[in-house]
Design a protein around this ligand. Structure first.
Ligand code: SAM
Ligand code: SF4
Length: 320
């Protein structure tokens, strides 16, 4: 459906859990309390929301978290999602820790698009950034997903000044011989924990400047699997593209086609606003499809033109 600014909203991001097995510096504090599971929507409740969204014209679905592959039963949920009539594309965003062991099932089920977070190619730094992540299993999963023609693979790297920005070129070089895109995401410098030292934001323009200094870049064409706000370039002759994502830019908002459903049943029209509509109450207290549909439709139509300002929020809850 179109929102009040004429944007076609067709992409629903579903966060299936706030839990994660990593503690990325930029995403969550080391000591974090997760919500008790019963507070999260069941998969049946999520599927009901998906069915309603199909009536509103949503076609593309991304399952995220926290770490989505941690939630028991998520593969069955993905399978149900893929089978629904009107669903065009089901994608998953993962830190890759459990990806290798589920890759075959994801392919069989019909998940065709994988976004994988890889912020560093240096083992020690990878562990430091993710606070305990396992680089070997993640890279192995990355190689296997890249080599599997069923998947469109996007490797996402959040660039933190003074932390991993000296790897921009190495990460970009992953696209030379592999069938994957690398996307650099500007760090969103907020969160409500205290221990994460403020890192420097490296603007997309600076990332591009550094890439141009090293590589011969050409414009990257748009692909069939692109539903997001990245701008693409390509190293001449490379197999994959390089994307740049500015999550707090006007362009990001102008091209926004998303709504978000959090694991605990909040419908959010924008990543960077606090306002939301609670759908769990309606789902659990006898709300009719018409009730839910009118709430969903109104919230989608009324999406804000852009985020108003940086708010304290946490990505693992909202679903990045
Ligand atoms: N756990 C999965 C993962 O890491 O891919 C999915 C959830 S994670 C919240 C989704 C995306 O949000 C990841 O690509 C992560 O890098 C990004 N993200 C989290 N915090 C961020 C921040 N402060 N700035 C920019 N991107 C962030
Ligand atoms: Fe977990 Fe993903 Fe957040 Fe890292 S970015 S802590 S992997 S949810």
């Amino acid at each position: 459906m179109l929102d009040r600014f004429g944007r076609r909203i067709h992409n629903l991001r579903i966060s299936v859990t706030d839990r994660c097995n990593y503690r990325c510096l930029y995403c969550m504090p080391e000591k974090v309390r997760f919500r008790p599971s019963p507070e999260n929507l069941t998969f049946d409740e999520m599927l009901r929301m998906v069915r309603l969204s199909l009536r509103l014209g949503f076609t593309d679905f991304r399952v995220t978290g926290g770490e989505p592959l941690l939630r028991p039963g998520v593969l069955g949920f993905l399978e149900d999602l893929v089978k629904l009539e009107g669903v065009r594309r089901v994608a998953i965003t993962t830190n890759g820790h459990l990806l290798g062991r589920h890759l075959e099932d994801l392919g069989r089920i019909g998940v065709r698009s994988i976004n994988l977070s890889v912020d560093s190619l240096r083992p020690d730094r990878f562990r430091e950034l993710s606070r305990g992540g396992d680089p070997a299993v993640v890279w192995d999963a990355m190689e296997r997903a890249a080599a599997d023609p069923r998947f469109s693979l996007k490797v996402n790297a959040v660039v933190l000044g003074g932390m991993n920005d000296d790897e921009i070129e190495d990460l970009a070089a992953l696209t030379l011989a592999r069938d994957l895109d690398v996307r650099f995401i500007e760090y969103m410098p907020f969160g409500y924990w205290e221990e994460a030292a403020p890192r420097q934001l490296v603007p997309a323009s600076e990332i591009l400047r550094r890439l141009r200094a090293r590589f011969d870049l050409e414009p990257g064409e748009s692909g069939e699997m692109d539903t997001g706000p990245a701008e693409y370039v390509r190293i001449r002759g490379a197999r994959g593209r390089i994307g740049l994502i500015q999550p707090v830019s006007d362009k990001f908002c102008r091209d926004c086609n998303r709504m978000r459903l959090t694991a605990d049943g909040r419908l959010k029209a924008c990543l960077l606003i606090e306002e939301y509509r609670d759908v769990k109450g309606l789902l659990r207290n006898g709300g009719s499809d018409e009730d839910l549909l009118s709430l969903f439709g109104a919230e989608t139509f009324g999406k804000p033109e852009k985020h108003r300002n940086y708010r304290m929020f946490s990505m693992n809850e909202t679903g990045g």
